[in-house]
Design a protein. Sequence first.
Length: 326
Amino acid sequence: MLIDLIKCHGSNNDFLLIDETDRNYKFDDFKRRDLALALCDRESSLGADGILFIRPSRVADAQYRIFNSDGTEASMCGNGLRCAGRYVCEKLGVDEAVIETMKANLKVKKHEAIFSDIPTYQVEISPVTFELKDLPLKLDQETLIQEKIPQLSEELTFTALAVPNPHLTTVVSKEQLESDLQTELSEKVNNPNDLFPDGVNVSFIRLLEKGSIFVKTYERGVGYTNACGTAMSASTLVTCLMGENELDQPINVYNNGGMVQCAVHKEGETYTIDLIGNATFVYAAQIDVNFTKEGILAEILEQEEFNEDTLYSRLQEHAKKYLSQF
Ligand SMILES: N[C@H](CCC[C@H](N)C(=O)O)C(=O)O
């Protein structure tokens, strides 16, 4: 089967984007899962943190589904939505669109470059909730905001929220960030456990200076990634709740893949978060995929480089230089 795809990334959180519209790929969710497992494997195939499937929508300009590299589907992916948003806007010849996601129809729009002339998009991260049942996190309480979870750690305090995928965040010191704490904790809650039956994205946050934070995330269904858009959005909201950052201000969120901006808005009791950052297209390819009993074999038939990564690497250099002072 011939499949056309685009390799893309948001803050070097990389994806394969496959547009199913006007194609008779006839994927079902088993095939989408198997494609993610096979094509995301960096040892044996193209390699990526996940696959973004673009599909027709009756309620928006397009539908977008995200499958992690372990084959599980997530309700939301912020870095991926910027890439999907750019793809749909450019396909429709518009600067803004609405994308149907699992839990909400979200606005995406072209944004002025976040750094030099890097293609930049702004996406809406929503719905946001602190109800533990929405992660789920099995504790005998409604919410967990700046509290300990003794079963996980005696030293860290956590905030749990869903945006709408599940996030467990904690503000840490440089030493704690550089220790094994995050790996031990993340592996515990992303293997069979009594707290997070569906797993959870685990983020360690460092406060840098007013208006700037650093976030490192161990992603459910992937492991460590260079950046996690929903985690950076959730982490920014947590630092606003702590009074460390202001609402309605674009906060610089640094990560191992570069930098994005997040602005938290509150209307009544409802939070939404704007996530602004690169939507970089690396290459377009046509692959020949064979679904065999032994698994999926994929061969790249054609590949066209977009040469946008050289542009993006300037932002990554800037971010590394900025972070070296902390
Ligand atoms: N691993 C996440 C989905 C991808 C989120 C991340 N890549 C982002 O940019 O938000 C989950 O299972 O909830």
